[in-house]
Design a protein around this ligand. Structure first.
Ligand code: PLP
Length: 389
């Protein structure tokens, strides 16, 4: 545990990566110690195979899916790419429709395909506009090919939950393929793949307390998955390469723990809302307020306090949050999600706090205390200079 000014630091960045759950650490260590290749027929190989298949059952159960329809991947990015590329590989898809607030894993894979990409707009709360989709699908022509639509289940920056089941009904009525990125939703709210009616659904271990570098794609009977990697025929030929047994085992353990904790995961919402009310009183705009959101996510924006400065000010006080989406370069860009929601200039002053399985009410309180103090200092720079002089 790190300590800042005599206090333990607070980690409210679960949407970037959740702390690894103790159950996952124990399972990963056991798998590493046991070793063995799941394709080997001897005892060590069979034990490794059992670890992979146990994990498959646990991860599938977290989202109400069948273990036979889960292929493990290197993470959520690869799972999204496998879905999009598989749809395109059917030869039936000629254009892609994606939600306006999708993660870059979806946006950039769609753009890299070379097919025309249409952006499905969201309203000011960040909720995808079903009327728009209905109208677009009505106007779909045979020349457009089979409709392919990607919609995330919950947004990584705002936590806004999308109407994926309603979208699914529209897409299937048009004979299309709906892909759902459930990387942020799984383990935080109940997810039922069958009830959603999606063709494919992407997951990632490190958002639910599993290790980084492991994910999975759930696929239903209507989805034909085409392998991106060719080799030894692992994962029923869908994803070649010796399985990441330790990582997959950790994913399974985290999924089990997340499923067990689901009934209490919603407690975060009241703690988050209490913090949000204090920030709003000071002038912050709460993004996605009024929409259904993940319980542990708070995304807010102010005009006069740039995101990067907010993150640094809080970090100095031992409170770790993020400026909208974590970005691989470490650079902070104005939030594209808030821009899509019509936030304009405010998008440059976004902050995201995201809690999860080990977050307490006190964490949310302290986050609000520290942010309010930082904002007050920011608003009175002249007074502060006088104080220091
Ligand atoms: N999709 C969403 C909504 C995400 O938030 C993320 C990660 O931030 C990803 C996909 C990518 O997942 P991974 O980091 O496992 O590749």
């Amino acid at each position: 545990m790190t300590v800042s000014a005599g206090r333990p630091s607070i980690y409210l960045d679960h949407n970037a990566t959740a702390p690894v759950r103790p159950e996952a650490v124990a399972t990963i260590c056991a798998a590493l110690q046991a070793s063995g290749n799941p394709s080997s027929v001897h005892a060590a190989g069979r034990a490794a195979r059992a670890r992979v298949e146990d994990a498959r059952a646990s991860v599938a159960a977290l989202v109400g899916a069948s273990p036979e329809g889960l292929v493990f991947t290197s993470g959520g990015t690869e799972a999204n790419a496998l879905a999009i590329d598989s749809a395109i590989a059917t030869g039936e898809v000629r254009r892609l429709v994606i939600g306006a607030t999708e993660h870059e894993a979806v946006v950039n894979t769609a753009r890299a395909s070379g097919l025309p990409v249409e952006i499905w707009p969201v309203d000011s709360r960040g909720v995808a506009d079903l009327d728009w989709l209905g109208a677009r699908l009505q106007a779909w022509t045979p020349e457009d090919g089979r409709p392919f639509v990607a919609l995330m289940l919950a947004n990584n920056e705002t936590g806004v939950i999308q109407p994926a089941a309603s979208a699914s009904a529209l897409v299937h009525a048009a004979g299309g393929w709906l892909h759902v990125d459930a990387v942020q939703a799984a383990g935080k709210i109940a997810v039922d793949f069958t009830a959603l009616g999606a063709n494919t659904l992407a997951l990632s271990a490190h958002k639910i307390g599993g290790p980084q570098g492991v994910g999975g794609l759930i696929y239903g009977q209507r989805a034909r998955i085409s392998p991106r990697l060719h080799g030894g025929g692992q994962e029923r030929g869908l994803r070649a390469g010796t399985e990441n047994v330790a990582g997959i085992s950790g994913f399974g353990a985290a999924a089990e723990a997340a499923r067990r904790d689901l009934p209490t995961a919603s407690h975060q919402a009241a703690w988050r809302d209490a913090a949000a009310a204090r920030l709003a009183e000071a002038g912050a705009v709460i993004a996605g307020e009024g929409a259904e959101r993940l319980p542990g996510v708070l995304c807010m924006a102010v005009a006069d306090f740039p995101s990067a400065l907010q993150v640094m000010s809080l970090d100095l006080e031992g409170v770790q949050v993020s400026a909208g989406a974590a970005c691989s370069s470490g650079k902070v860009k104005p939030s594209g999600v808030l821009a899509a929601m019509g936030y304009g200039e405010l998008a440059s002053g976004t902050l995201r706090a995201s809690g999860g399985w080990n977050t307490t009410e006190q964490d949310w309180d302290r986050f609000a205390d520290v942010w309010l103090a930082a904002y007050a200092r920011r608003q009175k720079p002249a007074g502060r200079v006088k104080e220091l002089a």
